[in-house]
Structure formats: C-alpha cells, structure tokens
Design a protein around this ligand. Structure first.
Ligand SMILES: N[C@@H](CCC(=O)N[C@@H](CS)C(=O)NCC(=O)O)C(=O)O
Ligand code: FES
Length: 112
C-alpha cells in the first residue's frame, strides 16, 4: 500500500494511536518513552507504530500531519501533539479523562 494510504488507514482505524520511536515497553528515545509512559498510565489499550521500523512513515507522516517530530499522539483521527503537549496535559490532569472518553466511545470487542 502507498505510504500515505497506510497512514490514513492507521489513523482512521485506531482511536488511540501513538507514533513513536521503539515500542511502549522498549522505547528508543526519551521523548517517546515519556509520551508512552503518560499514555500507559491512563490505563487503556492503545495502538502504536514504531517509526524506526517504518522509515516510509517516518518520512511521510510529518508532512501529512504538519508536525515535524515524533512522538505523535492521534485521537479519533486528530493530531493531539507530541511529547511536550502530552506531558503538559498529563500534568494538568487532562490526559486521563480525555483518553477515558475516547476509550468509552470505542469499546474493544468482547469475546463472550
Ligand atoms: N519537543 C518535541 C520533542 C520530540 C522531538 O524533538 N523529536 C525529534 C527527535 S526524537 C524527532 O522526532 N525528529 C525527527 C525524526 O527523528 O524523524 C515534542 O514535544 O514531541
Ligand atoms: S532519538 Fe534522539 S532525541 Fe529522540
């Protein structure tokens, strides 16, 4: 798939999506580590894309997002921001309720 199409699909299909360097459990950069940590502390599952494993996305997403750096947090198809914004929202107590709202609107399928 073309890179831009792949990006659009990821953003459309994942209501909580973090583009980062490395993985939440093994981040490859302090900025990505902080963002993933704050997001994990909200207690909801989220999707992530390791842009170090996806150089095409690393190259294309900043242009599409009009945001030059990683990490990038996308919620319900909208760019929220990078590490600084995520940490600021977290410290103000705004991140958790926002993630909560999004997660409640998109419940994970139940196997029962
Ligand atoms: N102030 C930024 C810090 C993130 C940042 O500076 N990221 C750099 C270094 S990891 C980056 O993504 N550079 C482009 C690249 O590596 O592709 C934020 O709030 O997210
Ligand atoms: S990889 Fe060097 S600052 Fe993120």
């Amino acid at each position: 798939m073309e890179t831009l199409e792949k990006i659009k699909q990821q953003i459309a299909e994942n209501p909580i999506l973090l583009y980062m360097k490395g993985s939440p459990k093994l981040p490859s950069c302090g900025f990505s580590a902080q963002a993933a940590q704050a997001l994990m502390s909200c207690g909801h599952a989220f999707a992530y894309v390791d842009i170090l494993q996806n150089p095409d996305i690393r190259a294309e997403l900043p242009k599409y997002a009009e945001w030059p750096t990683f990490p990038q947090l996308w919620l319900e198809g909208e760019l929220v921001g990078g590490c600084d914004i995520i940490i600021e929202m977290f410290q103000k107590g705004e991140l958790q309720p926002l993630i909560e709202e999004v997660a409640e609107r998109h419940p994970a399928p139940q196997a029962d």
